[in-house]
Design a protein around this ligand. Structure first.
Ligand code: UD1
Ligand code: CA
Length: 449
């Protein structure tokens, strides 16, 4: 099937008024990825399809959202919303290039699975000319009904146009279709608008194709797959469905999650088997966790990698560019940004490490801060292997701490420290005998006690 060329026409010209906001509906996200990108990703299994998105506005932003998942992405403007067939025809120029398969999908149906779309295309490969994705609706009101006879689909009747008897049918049109490229334009051009809404219905191509003796069939997909999003409550529901699906996939793949329902994943989160994820962990985009790593409770990770057997958290934050090496540890209330920790390095408590390289087995005490920013530029901190940074140390970057060096607690380090050296960057302590008692008496007298 993959040798067959394919164009995905994605309908996204709807205003999305019920989303109540400025962002075009299809650019709202689930799992950190725009709805429309989920749909396009599902239409191909290796970035091989060309994509034509039909938009009402914000063409550039929509094209950019789908481009990573398409071989070639272009947008077409539908200036008047005259119906789904009219919308598909906005992409006439692309369809006319003559693809084997034309997939028609809705941009606001992000839970559609690649397998369901592959099923549609498989029917085309097996000789069908029009394939419709059907589903059994718990409540069919509002959906187009599939009128089937002897295993063939003869018509789709929109709810408003259906007879009482037809409304009794609960097998509905999910809205996703595959059409043979050689018939697509002639079928679409034959669609009229003589119906209850006065719109050009895409669904009419079924009856037209059947009357021409073409082969029209319906496949079945689970109801969840075709859930469309119209408002932010449905957006949140779809997010929940997506999260649940993905967590189950990870669990079955050998990832341990003690309270999976509290773990938030992104579209590209990668977690290897035998990793352990404690409750209430947030994975933003771009996170990879290797085998045996442990992400402890209440940690927040984005654009970060965690190597084998490393331990993060509880209450740790890994920001973009954090690369945590094997067996390294980042403990509670530590923030790591754009920093590489080599094998076995430890930052266990209350620290900020940004724009840094921490050598193998270096140990950063509680309250270690890399002062990486001077208000204008970011500067690098280099910490050698095996270095020991005493608690409450400020490392003023750019700075290099040598391998196996010691930094005394409470230091402010502004000059490089050679390998094996001990650096003090703090005032000397002086003790004054009896001064504590004298001070107390003085203050008591002043307060009249
Ligand atoms: C459509 C189907 C119906 C199916 C249902 C599934 C038709 C005629 N009906 O109905 O059989 O059961 O989906 O959810 O196809 N759009 C445009 N331009 C237009 C009109 C629509 O881009 O001129 C886009 C919308 O933004 C949306 C999609 O097409 O993404 C579907 O349009 P919508 O009006 O929601 O169709 P339904 O009435 O739900
Ligand atoms: Ca709809």
């Amino acid at each position: 099937m993959s040798q067959r060329s394919c164009l995905s026409v994605v309908l996204a010209a709807g205003e999305g008024t019920r989303m109540k906001g400025d962002l075009p509906k299809v650019l709202h996200q689930i799992a950190g990825l725009p709805l429309i990108a989920h749909v396009v990703r599902a239409t191909n299994s290796g970035g091989t399809v060309d994509v034509a998105v039909v938009v009402g506005r914000e063409a550039d932003a929509v094209r950019a959202a789908v481009a990573p998942f398409a071989a070639h992405a272009e947008t077409f403007l539908q200036t008047e919303r005259l119906g789904t067939a009219h919308a598909v025809l906005a992409a006439r120029e692309a369809i006319a290039r003559g693809y084997d398969d034309v997939l028609i999908v809705f941009g606001d149906t992000p839970l559609v699975e690649a397998q369901s779309l592959a099923d549609l295309r498989a029917e085309l490969a097996a000789g069908a000319d029009v394939v419709v994705m059907g589903f059994q609706a718990p409540d069919p009101t509002g959906y187009g009904r599939l009128i089937e006879r002897d295993g063939s689909l003869v018509a789709i009747r929109e709810h408003r146009d259906a007879t009482e008897e037809e409304r009794g049918i609960d097998i509905c049109n999910g809205g996703l279709m595959a059409v043979s490229g050689k018939h697509a334009l002639s079928l679409l051009d034959a669609v009229g608008n003589d119906n209850a809404k006065g719109e050009y219905y895409l669904t009419d191509i079924v009856e037209i194709a059947a009357s021409r003796g073409l082969k029209v069939v319906a496949t079945r997909a689970p109801y969840e797959n075709i859930l469309g999003i119209n408002n932010r409550a449905e957006l949140a529901q779809a997010e929940a469905v997506w999260q649940a699906r993905r967590r189950t996939a990870l669990l079955l793949n050998g990832v341990t999650m003690t309270a999976p329902e509290t773990v938030h994943l992104s579209h590209d989160t990668q977690i290897a088997q035998d990793a352990l994820i404690e409750p209430n962990v947030f994975f933003g985009p771009g996170v990879t966790v290797a085998s045996g790593a442990r992400i402890r409770a209440f940690s927040y990770l984005e654009q970060a990698t965690v190597a084998e057997n490393a331990e993060i958290g509880p209450f740790a934050r890994l920001r973009p560019g954090a690369r945590i090496g094997r067996k390294a540890k980042v403990g509670n209330f530590c923030e790591v940004k754009n920093a590489v920790l080599d094998e076995g390095a430890k930052i266990n408590h209350l620290s900020y490490v940004g724009d840094a390289h921490v050598g193998a087995k270096a140990n950063l005490g509680a309250g270690t801060i890399t002062c990486n920013y001077d208000g204008f530029g970011k500067h690098h901190t280099e910490i050698g292997a095996g270095a020991f940074i005493g608690s409450n140390t400020s490392l003023v970057a750019p700075i290099t701490i040598g391998a196996e060096a010691y930094i005394a607690s409470g230091s402010v380090i502004t000059d490089d420290v050679p390998d094996d050296a001990l650096a003090f960057g703090r005032a000397r302590q002086t003790n004054k005998d009896g001064f504590g008692k004298r001070l107390r008496q003085k203050y008591a007298a002043r307060a009249g006690k």
